[in-house]
Design a binder for this molecule. Structure first.
Ligand SMILES: [Ca+2]
Ligand SMILES: [Ca+2]
Ligand SMILES: [Ca+2]
Ligand SMILES: [Ca+2]
Length: 394
């Protein structure tokens, strides 16, 4: 439940944003190394004068089917930009509220061009064609719930056919406490939305974890607890079936909030998906700081803990896991970042072996072991930044 700290810093943010965009767009075309190209600072497009890419989650996707990726980037002042591969503004859509989640792109109607779905901090979920025009013919945009002062969408929508009718569905959890699932053609699915009784930051994953042919909806959430609510304070990892009913063995209760977005993969080679997620640090805000968010969780499809999990990390894991067989040994690894909160913990990126929970390696972040929220040393001559690498702890 962070406050919005980004509202009054437009000039500095704009400068950062311009540099960021140029760096981002320059990298794919580097021919002689990253540094020389990134430092050229060539401005390829002018964005809106009050735009800030402070919280941008960029999506690279060939939405128009011309063989080249477009880049979709939302701004804190409510613009969704679509840049061409050459860095030109292809279109821009103003939605009236900050865009803090990413855009999901998928060819929902099978015409060879991908549609674009994302949420804003007014709690509105937008559906656009690849040309940036709102898909009003299917009833977009959609308003999600406001509960007390909580409204908005931090998550990136998930797109997939969860009820098996051949029509792609749009799934997103919102800060206003609900998880929604619509057919892209506009209708809310039977059994949805679902009131999770607390805020959701996490982006949903869709995966058929029980192999019945229907994808489940897997998403993290906060849990305040309280009378009449069966779950203790902390976090909840929800798994819902296509009709919105609870999947057996879930939700899983964690002592800290689940701001991380879950990832599903067969991490132990048993033929079933597992669910992997990091946590968060809400109890910092209450003054009840613990290291309970210094965890990476992995559960089997029946809700039991995977062998070796949860893994204890050096810092809080609001980061979302990425899963793949990095070293090609036939077992998937989990990569995730962590960072300190309240002067506890450390900035790290780490790789975890999926079938055992063993740490393969971890590296300190560029800011060094105390980087988060602390001033960086201004000179490497002091010897304080002699290495950005750290040995594995076990
Ligand atoms: Ca394209
Ligand atoms: Ca399409
Ligand atoms: Ca299923
Ligand atoms: Ca498995």
């Amino acid at each position: 439940m962070r406050n919005n700290l980004q509202s009054n810093r437009v000039p500095a943010r704009l400068a950062v944003a311009c540099c960021l965009i140029v760096m981002i767009l320059a990298v794919p075309f580097a021919s002689s190394g990253f540094a020389a190209t990134a430092l050229s600072r060539r401005i390829e497009a002018q964005v809106h004068s009050t735009s800030s890419f402070n919280d941008t989650k960029i999506t690279a996707c060939d939405i128009d089917g011309d063989g080249k990726d477009e880049l979709l980037a939302g701004t804190m002042d409510g613009h969704m930009y679509c840049f061409t591969a050459q860095g030109k503004v292809k279109w821009v859509k103003y939605v009236g509220a900050a865009i803090r989640g990413g855009a999901a792109c998928y060819d929902v109607d099978g015409d060879g061009k991908k549609e674009v779905f994302f949420g804003d901090m007014n709690g509105v979920v937008w559906g656009l064609g690849c040309n940036g025009v709102t898909l009003t013919q299917w009833g977009w945009p959609k308003q999600t719930a406001r509960t007390a002062q909580y409204v908005g969408i931090y998550a990136t929508p998930a797109i997939g056919d969860i009820n098996g009718d051949g029509v792609a569905d749009i799934v997103v959890g919102c800060y206003g406490h609900y998880v929604y699932a619509w057919a892209f053609t506009g209708a809310i699915l039977p059994g949805w939305p679902i009131d999770t009784k607390d805020t959701i930051w996490s982006s949903a994953a869709l995966a058929d974890i029980d192999r019945d042919g229907y994808k489940e909806v897997i998403v993290g959430g906060d849990c305040t607890g309280g009378s009449g609510w069966p779950y203790p304070p902390g976090g909840l990892l929800w798994v819902f079936r296509k009709d919105g009913s609870l999947y057996p063995g879930f939700p899983k209760c964690t002592p800290e909030v689940l701001w991380s977005s879950p990832a599903c993969a067969d991490i132990n080679n048993d033929g079933w998906y597992e669910i992997v997620v990091g946590t968060g640090h809400y109890y910092t805000a209450t003054g009840n700081l613990t290291n309970q968010g210094f965890r990476v969780y992995a559960w089997n499809h029946d809700g039991s803990d995977c062998r070796g999990f949860p893994v204890v990390t050096a810092g809080c894991t609001m980061s979302s896991p990425a899963i793949g067989d990095v070293d090609r040994d036939g077992v998937k690894e989990i990569a995730i970042g962590c960072y300190p909160v309240g002067n506890k913990g450390a900035d790290r990126i780490l790789l975890i072996k999926g079938n055992s929970g063993q740490l393969v390696w971890e590296n300190t972040a560029f800011g060094g072991p105390t980087g988060h929220r602390r001033r960086l040393p201004t000179s490497t001559a002091t010897g304080t930044r002699t290495s950005s690498w750290a040995p594995a702890r076990r």
